[in-house]
Design a protein around this ligand. Structure first.
Ligand SMILES: C[S@@+](CC[C@H](N)C(=O)[O-])C[C@H]1O[C@@H](n2cnc3c(N)ncnc32)[C@H](O)[C@@H]1O
Length: 354
């Protein structure tokens, strides 16, 4: 098996390089309106935004920042296939303006726009990002009534374009079975509250990741496994450090990333070519987790009913019998900002140690 990964350095408000109905899944995190670190970039997209901020017209700035993102959401509708899902990671912004502390509700504005465009909204995920920072409590301390609830979560909004995806042919049905996930993963992944504590095992420079507000690889990796199958193409229109691309490589899916800032080209190249094999650890961890689950489940409830035909270990349900995971053999650069990844055809225990 092989996958292909392209990064296109362009403004995603016009995804000219992508054909209509060519994308199976979108995973992304835009610059967050009204979070100070993105003020400059929004002002570059639309100079009026800079003027709103200078004048202290923050409601105007909030509206104009979202208006700058809207064409990207519209383009997603064009490039996504019927039945494809879009997962948008977004946080609200708390900001003190003219000495008035207030919340700018980004997730609601984006949710409303997607529905206006024609997407169906699906149940969303709250991503809990707990902080232990000493200054996390805002406002008047122990004195009522001027203290504020701490903002310790972000959203993963989920939308579908059109009707539910169909798997009609025998080959499509078989590929869907190969792309299944474990029963115990389903129970954790499909809860509406996520917490990635302890999941910080990133591959590329942490300084760059902090500067670009990168999400942990565990986030797109999980979403890709939940909402796509082998052979699919995953798009991230705000690619940044390329986390979604790395997660697609780890999961054995194709990907396209679009990013306005070309300075990410070198770091993404380095992550893909130098760290590719290490990305197999995400699937190794899934196997280790499953074996732990099997051991404790069997100790408590007796032998499991089914066996996975690829790995030979027990599984809970018939749907997991054909489940297969991708283990990376090598990665190469096909052209500037375009990479091809090869996977082992058969599984060996050595791949788990990669
Ligand atoms: C929140 S960051 C994404 C971080 C990414 N998820 C990661 O893990 O590295 C948003 C990214 O969108 C990019 N961006 C902003 N406006 C854009 C536009 N109109 N088209 C394409 N990329 C854009 C920024 O340069 C930034 O890298």
């Amino acid at each position: 098996m092989q996958t292909v990964h392209r990064i296109i350095f362009q403004d995603s408000r016009k995804l000219a390089a992508l054909a209509d109905q060519s994308i199976d899944l979108v995973i992304t995190s835009p610059p967050y309106p009204m979070i100070e670190m993105w003020d400059g970039q929004f002002a570059a997209l639309n100079p009026e935004i800079g003027l709103f901020l200078e004048r202290g017209d923050y409601r105007g700035a909030f509206g104009a920042m979202h208006t700058a993102l809207d064409p990207v959401w519209q383009e997603l509708y064009r490039v996504m296939k019927e039945g494809a899902l879009a997962c948008i990671n977004i946080g609200d912004a708390a900001r003190t303006i003219n000495r008035r502390f207030q919340l700018f509700v980004n997730h609601a504005r984006i949710q409303q726009k997607f529905v206006e465009i024609g997407f169906d909204a699906l149940p969303l995920i709250l991503w809990r990002k707990q902080t232990n920072a000493p200054n996390k409590f805002m406002g008047s301390g122990m004195l009522p009534a001027g203290a504020y609830v701490t903002l310790e979560h972000e959203y993963i909004l989920i939308f579908r374009k059109g009707n539910k995806r169909s798997f009609a042919t025998a080959a499509e049905k078989q590929n869907r079975m190969l792309s299944s996930y474990f029963w115990e993963e389903r129970n954790l992944w499909f809860s509406d509250l996520w917490d990635f504590k302890g999941a910080r095992q990133e591959t590329n420079s942490s300084e760059l990741r902090a500067r670009s507000a990168a999400f942990p690889i565990a986030l797109p990796f999980r979403l890709i496994n939940m909402f796509s199958v082998f052979g699919d193409t995953v798009l991230d229109p705000f690619a940044g450090t390329g986390t979604t691309t790395l997660a697609a490589i780890a999961a054995g899916r194709n990907s396209v990333g679009c990013e306005i800032d070309p300075c990410f080209s070198g770091p993404i190249r380095e992550s893909i070519l130098n760290d590719t094999k290490r990305l197999s650890k995400y699937n190794s961890a899934r196997i280790a987790g499953h074996l732990d689950f099997v051991q404790s489940r069997q100790a408590a409830r007796g032998p499991l009913k089914y066996n996975n035909s690829y790995f030979g270990f027990p599984v809970m349900t018939r749907q997991e019998k054909e489940l297969k995971l991708a283990f990376i053999e090598s990665a190469g650069e096909e052209a500037q900002d375009c990479y091809r990844v090869s996977y082992f055809d058969s599984y060996s225990r050595d791949h788990l140690q990669a």
